[in-house]
Design a protein around this ligand. Structure first.
Ligand code: AMP
Length: 298
């Protein structure tokens, strides 16, 4: 079983072309929906009393949501961000932690034996606490972001020591180590615990570091982008989902997982929030995978 822990959010996303308010988002939402295209996936997180039942139903249709707590007292985590015309650089307007602040995570008994655990971007302390609830996962991967690197850097480093792999974006990796070279960042990530590190570079692709080798991969060419929110999480979910499906870690499997990460990331940004992710079929993924192979083989 694959279990994903992270935020289930209401996102307000502003682009020069359109604004969506309080749409279904969050790191656990994007990554678990993406992972569910590969293996059955369960989600652990918390939402507030303002979380619409229609969103709950969407999650229920796709995932095992027995690990999702609904707080009667507090509001759902809310993230407000804007993008400029190039839709690549995000500015955070507001991070309202609400229900996340004092969340003491619990997991249903059925999740304790999960072999695969994905710690989507969340408070690193909470990530470490939730890890203690599982009996002995075979593979643990985490993500993080600037908010936690700035506010809880020590804890982020500690969390890295407890995982097998880490996925984060270029700016976050550079911020974490105050290091400008992406390859050196990858080595630093590896020397802090994880056996493999993935650094995402948006439309410039991604870099895998494993077994003392660098593997840079191009992004899937995406011509029509509506909302880049969730690209990283969808990448992470697909990466983890694919590894869980394959049940092994070697450079070939990791590279393939990167390709699936790129493909799911490319789908996520083609519509607002999770709209595209919920619509795509395994056939759509297969077609994009074939196309990726065709473009990049020479
Ligand atoms: P990304 O894949 O990086 O675009 O992640 C976007 C998601 O991250 C949004 O749906 C937000 O709800 C969520 N998010 C934003 N800030 C935080 C934070 N500090 N901790 C956890 N999740 C966050």
């Amino acid at each position: 079983m694959l279990t994903v822990f992270g935020t289930v959010a209401l996102d307000t996303t502003r682009t020069p072309f359109h604004t969506v308010e309080r749409t279904l988002g969050g790191t656990a939402t994007f990554s678990s929906i993406s992972a569910s295209k590969y293996v059955p996936t369960s989600i652990v997180g918390i939402v507030g009393h303002d979380f619409p039942t229609s969103y709950l139903q969407i999650l229920k249709n796709l995932l095992d949501i027995r690990g999702l707590t609904i707080s009667e007292k507090e509001k759902t985590f809310h993230y407000d961000s804007s993008f400029g015309y190039d839709l690549s650089k995000r500015t955070t307007n507001k991070t309202e932690l609400n229900v996340i602040s004092n969340y003491q995570s619990t997991i249903p008994d059925e999740y304790i034996d999960s072999e695969y655990v994905y710690l989507a971007n969340n408070d690193p302390m909470q990530n470490m606490n939730v890890l203690n609830l599982f009996s002995k996962p075979r593979l643990i991967i985490c993500d993080t972001m600037d908010f936690w690197i700035v506010n809880k850097r020590e804890e982020v480093i500690k969390m890295m020591n407890k995982v097998d792999g880490i996925i984060l974006n270029e700016a976050e990796a550079k911020l974490l180590f105050k290091e400008s070279n992406i390859f050196r960042c990858a080595r630093l990530l590896n020397s802090n615990g994880p056996v493999f590190a993935v650094i995402n570079k948006g439309e410039n692709g991604s870099l895998l570091f494993y077994d003392n080798e660098f593997y840079p991969l191009p992004a899937y060419p995406t011509e029509f982008i509506k909302d880049p929110t969730g690209a990283g999480d969808s990448f992470g979910g697909a990466f983890m989902g694919y590894l869980s499906q394959q049940g092994k870690i070697d450079s070939r499997t990791l590279k393939n997982a990167m390709v699936h990460g790129n493909i799911m990331g490319s789908f996520a940004i083609e519509d607002y929030g999770i709209d595209k992710l919920v619509k795509i079929s395994s056939d759509d993924i297969k077609k994009r995978h074939e196309k990726y192979k065709e473009i990049f083989s020479f």
